[in-house]
Design a protein around this ligand. Sequence first.
Ligand code: NAD
Length: 454
Amino acid sequence: MRVCVVGTGYVGLTTGVSLACLGHDVTCVDLDESKVEMLRAGRSPIYEPHMAALLAEASERLTFTTDYAEGVPGAEVVFIAVQTPSLPDGNPDLRYLSAAAESVGTHVDGGDFTVVVNKSTVPIGSSNWVDSILREAFERSHGRRADGEFTVASNPEFLREGVAIFDSLYPDRIVVGSDNPRGLEVMNRLYRAVLNQTFTPPTFLPRPGEVGAVPMVSTDLASAELIKYAANAFLATKISFINEVGRLAGKVGADVRQVARGIGLDARIGPRFLEPGVGWGGSCFGKDTAALITTAEEYHHDMPIVRAAREVNRQQRLVVVDRLLEELRILKGRKVGVLGLAFKPDTDDLRDSPSVDIARQLIARGARVTLHDPVAGERFRREQPDLAGQLADTIDEVFDDADAVILVTKWDHYLDLDWGKFVGLMRTPVLLDGRHCLEAARMHRLGYRYLTTA
Ligand SMILES: NC(=O)c1ccc[n+]([C@@H]2O[C@H](COP(=O)([O-])OP(=O)(O)OC[C@H]3O[C@@H](n4cnc5c(N)ncnc54)[C@H](O)[C@@H]3O)[C@@H](O)[C@H]2O)c1
């Protein structure tokens, strides 16, 4: 099928590359010329495992352009995957979505039937709103009213950065919201090979044995939109819940990792997202929980659980600073190393990263911080220029003469460090494991004063 993907960020690029890998002909449109240039040269603008390999493998069926006229006309499906960041009041900023919809409406072919798919995470009701923008733009450019040429569907994305391609090829489910049977049929056809798992997997990402047919949740537009927000709010709440329990565990002398294991083995609860630590970050949980609350407010509906999940997460970042204050007493003039800048491992995404927040809080209290990330350094220099001077090239620089080191991102690179070598470089060997991922007894044996957020 001919597919167009508007926006080649973390979601759009993964969508485009995965669909091309399934055999569809995909044109990706992005207004960012430098991104398009890089992609044309076969380089990925984001760090995502397997992206470069898949870009190469699917290159014959993938085109990158800044021109909507090259992608939209003649496409059976047009995905909109532009960013929807938070405004200061918690509402999502929909100007990128509105601009993209307008351009799609201008270029959509009057001859064929096109399904315009909201893949961006958008507030409930956005599909109707996008439909009206498309119609107005179509009318303006074609000089007549749209009459059955297109329909709008909602197909929220659930990929996890760091395993994005795996999640696209082997998803837990595919959700499609549509009130048009023809639109639903097109989406079914588009995803058939994933739903039935009949595609040939790339050699570097073989199909796991347990993956069978993928369930498709086909529903109305509002339900599809709410499924995305509810899923993210639930996951964010699960993490905040274990962090709230973790703080009590620390007070009563319990081991939160054992508590998490003990409750996670209950099949009704499940072990995932029960990892205590500095809490969640990234581009989605913060903005999507805020958007859910503001949407609810429009209907005079309160969401106290979601509000609490956000509040616990905010406090969790302060816990790190409090722990260091308790331990070092004075933060002014102390050298504190921070391991990990990306909001989680296997991505270079720095949006709402706990490390950046923690580093800024430490600096505000007079500490000197040294920052390190095995992958996200370059992006960090671009996006946080005022902190770029604090970036270390080597891990030695982070530990050298440090009063404390905080492990914030659980990169394998850090788990595999020769921890025994670094303790000797520190002025005081305080190690705050912000992810509860190192073995306490071993760290004590090596000479660290080992702390966690619990
Ligand atoms: N990142 C994730 O893990 C994730 C997961 C699920 C859902 N989502 C949702 O998907 C959406 C996209 O997220 P992302 O992380 O990929 O964003 P992103 O910022 O990485 O990418 C957005 C891209 O859209 C491009 N763009 C903006 N306006 C455009 C326009 N008018 N025409 C063409 N291109 C345009 C930008 O240049 C950028 O490359 C958001 O709504 C997000 O909430 C993200």
